[in-house]
Design a protein around this ligand. Structure first.
Ligand SMILES: [Zn+2]
Length: 128
């Protein structure tokens, strides 16, 4: 991994880590008291689900960021976890917690998008 300023990436990752931590503390939407009214309860449930899915995204990212810091510590940083090729420096500067090269990430994203659209269909079924 020549030419990559690991120290700079590490401090970017640490800053991101702190930012995510403080955002995670802001989770009061999840702990709302059950309203007596059926409709209010439904609204609350939706608000809660949105808050949880936001939190999920945040905690997934936090996991990625922490994993990247671990990879800096153990020297494996910058290597794609899937194909074990070097991750492009440009990509690491843009996304310091990237665990995969662009090609592997695109594959993963396609899979995730498929799963997400399956979930959306489920939600539609429930609403019907
Ligand atoms: Zn790869």
């Amino acid at each position: 991994m020549n030419g990559i300023d690991l120290a700079a990436l590490q401090s970017a990752l640490e800053a991101k880590c702190k930012e995510l931590h403080s955002r995670m503390l802001d989770r009061e939407d999840i702990f709302i008291e059950a309203a007596a009214d059926e409709f209010d309860r439904m609204q609350q449930r939706l608000t809660r689900e949105v808050a949880i899915s936001k939190l999920d995204r945040g905690s997934n990212l936090l996991k990625d960021v922490k994993a990247a810091l671990n990879r800096i510590a153990d020297g494996s940083f910058g290597t794609c976890l899937s194909c074990e090729e070097d991750i492009a420096e440009k990509r690491l500067r843009a996304v310091p917690w990237a665990a995969y090269c662009v090609a592997c990430q695109e594959q993963l994203d396609r899979k995730r998008a498929q799963n997400a659209s399956n979930r959306d269909n489920d939600a539609d079924d429930l609403a019907a």
